[in-house]
Design a protein around this ligand. Structure first.
Ligand code: UTP
Length: 304
């Protein structure tokens, strides 16, 4: 029986240049959707999938991520004394009991592949997940309470024993922004990948299945990363090591249920905020009125 993943790696050592100047001091992963930073959504998804060891690959400037998951004694005491039990629970539940956070440093931003390799000493010789927190995946709208994307993938990977990449269908004109997979036997949910092409022109793309920020990987990937030379942009690319892995063993594409927001871009972050606000238990009505008023005041035609 193939192993269940227990460890999740969060590569958060990138420079986040698209959100400068905010990211001069606030890591991209700490940008909030309503009241929770992106990293919290990613961590919750990993825990839901069954992970109990969270490996954060950070750089020396990103104290905020470590501070966020550290115990906040003074704050907890103050909330307790003030009788603010609801808020106290929120603070305490940032990292539930029984889940451990490990921080490793990527000394230089040498690429996503290099960041994943930095987690090798903690992950060891077992399958593991990689989550890119700026890809926020939502499967909860209208109170549907569906499984998170990583749980869906972990279940499928446990059954097949194969490594697995999350994919979503993108419009053909967008293939140039993604890694695109060729998976001839894709059944609409899952299929073995035969090739992966980084950012192909629409005419050259083997499909419209784009890789997004969730991976379940067998540990063989570490050895392949060690022998991966810098590719596009002088960075060690995870895609290059995956291309080598799929020549040796099964790597499947998995089309998750849910909506992905690319919170590494301005518009994606705005979209996620709007959708979460419209779905929010307490904010939904106020947010709807506010958006309608704003559109009306700005002279935007009323939507159907
Ligand atoms: P991105 O391509 O989104 O880069 O990295 P970035 O630096 O975070 O953001 P921009 O493009 O400058 O705005 C994809 C993921 O890989 C991590 C990032 O933190 C992000 O989660 N990463 C990237 C590293 O951890 N180390 C690296 O050397 C590069």
């Amino acid at each position: 029986m193939p192993a269940r993943i227990r460890k999740a790696v969060f590569p958060v050592a990138g420079l986040g240049t698209r959100f400068l100047p905010a990211t001069k001091t606030v890591p991209k992963e700490m940008l909030p959707i309503i009241d929770r930073p992106l990293i919290q959504y990613a961590v919750d998804e990993a825990i839901e999938a069954g992970c109990d060891t969270l490996v954060f690959v950070t750089n020396r400037y990103k104290h905020a991520v470590a501070d966020y998951f550290d115990k906040a004694y003074e704050l907890e005491q103050k909330l307790e004394r003030a009788g603010k039990h609801e808020q106290l629970e929120l603070v305490r539940n940032v990292l539930p009991k029984g889940v451990r956070a490990v921080f490793v440093t990527q000394a230089e931003a040498l690429g996503l592949g290099h960041a994943v390799l930095c987690a090798k000493p903690v992950v060891g010789n077992e399958p593991f997940a990689v989550i890119l927190p700026d890809d926020l995946i939502w499967n909860r709208h209208n109170g549907s309470g569906g499984d998170g994307a990583l749980k869906q993938m972990a279940d499928a990977a446990e059954a097949s024993g194969a490594s697995m990449l999350a994919v979503q269908d993108v419009p053909r004109e967008k293939t140039g922004s993604y890694g695109i997979v060729a998976a001839p036997d894709f059944n609409g949910r899952e299929g073995r990948i035969e090739a992966i092409v980084e950012k192909p022109k629409p005419a050259d793309a083997p499909s419209t299945l784009a890789v997004v920020g969730r991976y379940v990987l067998n540990p063989r990937i570490f050895e392949l990363l060690e022998s991966t030379t810098p590719g596009a942009g002088g960075e060690i690319q995870l895609t290059d090591a995956i291309a080598a892995l799929l020549k040796e063993e099964a790597v499947n594409a998995y089309r998750f249920r849910g909506t992905r927001f690319d919170c590494g871009t301005h518009i994606g972050l705005i979209e996620a905020t709007i959708r979460y606000a419209l779905d929010h238990e307490k904010l939904s009505n106020a947010a709807t009125t506010l958006m309608q008023d704003a559109l009306r005041e700005m002279g935007v035609e009323e939507l159907e």
